[in-house]
Design a protein around this ligand. Structure first.
Ligand code: SF4
Length: 251
């Protein structure tokens, strides 16, 4: 995946320009069972000590090259090969991206897709707060399911994870539901997930499912649309939060 890529057609954001701050390899602090990038191979130690991220100059040049093609974009989405907040200069990268947007694509919003696992780092919080929208992954409402689904490479639990949310200006929650070898669609799992969302009150909620078989767990199955709408209905009934339902994995 290039540093700047697209246009990517997104159900939620339209025609988007993607920014991959992570280089050629998958760089993530999670190892989600459904990850379309396959299993996470790099350890956190390797990522922190040895990994060479694209430099800010490379990001700037790639952005300028891309927009020479005048591809219309409705949003700039910072996502790419894993977890963007792991970039060694994430806050500076977000300052650069938002200033490039201001200069070349005024009015286009900058969105970051994140696992939200690094909100104990002030620079990550500062960088995320520069975006117009922060979309954070929450697939589970309890520690056991979070460990199973997201398999973090770092020490994190729901309490620590959720405590960071108050540092953000606002946030959208994105949740993937699937079943098979791993299942977060059972009534008690959904109830606990609703409880969490009721506590943190996101600005918006996006519910989706698998768009393709998981490279790591081919036995996983997408949740059907009725199940997704059923979850959205329950959420609304108990918390008044409206969820947008997407039948595939979100970009
Ligand atoms: S957080 Fe995203 S990139 Fe990382 S393992 Fe999960 S789905 Fe893949």
């Amino acid at each position: 995946m290039d540093i700047v890529y697209g246009p990517v057609k997104s159900q939620r954001y339209g025609s988007t320009l993607g920014i991959n701050l992570l280089g050629a390899e998958k760089v993530c602090s999670y190892n989600c069972v459904y990850c379309s990038l396959g299993p996470t191979q790099l350890t956190m130690n390797k990522i922190r000590k040895d990994y060479v991220f694209p430099s800010l100059d490379q990001v700037r040049n790639a952005f300028k090259e891309y927009i020479k093609k005048s591809v219309p974009s409705e949003a700039v989405v910072v996502s790419g090969n894993g977890e963007p907040t792991l970039h060694a200069e994430f806050e500076e990268a977000m300052k650069l991206i938002t200033s490039l947007r201001d200069e070349h694509l005024p009015g286009v919003k900058v969105v970051v897709l994140t696992n939200g696992a690094h909100l104990d780092n002030k620079k990550v919080v500062n960088g995320l707060n520069l975006a117009d929208e922060r979309v954070i992954k929450i697939d589970a409402g309890n520690d056991v399911l979070m460990q199973k689904f997201n398999d973090p490479l770092i020490r994190i639990n729901m309490a620590k994870f959720l405590s960071g949310f108050r540092k953000l200006k606002d946030y959208t929650v994105q949740s993937l539901f699937c079943l098979g070898e791993f299942d977060n669609t059972a009534a008690d799992a959904v109830d606990e997930w609703i409880e969490v969302l009721g506590m943190i009150k996101p600005k918006a909620v996006q519910i989706c499912t698998l768009s393709r078989p998981s490279p790591a767990f081919p036995g996983l199955q997408p949740a059907d649309e009725d199940a997704l709408y059923g979850i959205a209905f329950k959420l609304k009934k108990r918390t008044s939060l409206e969820a947008s339902v997407f039948s595939i994995q979100k970009t």
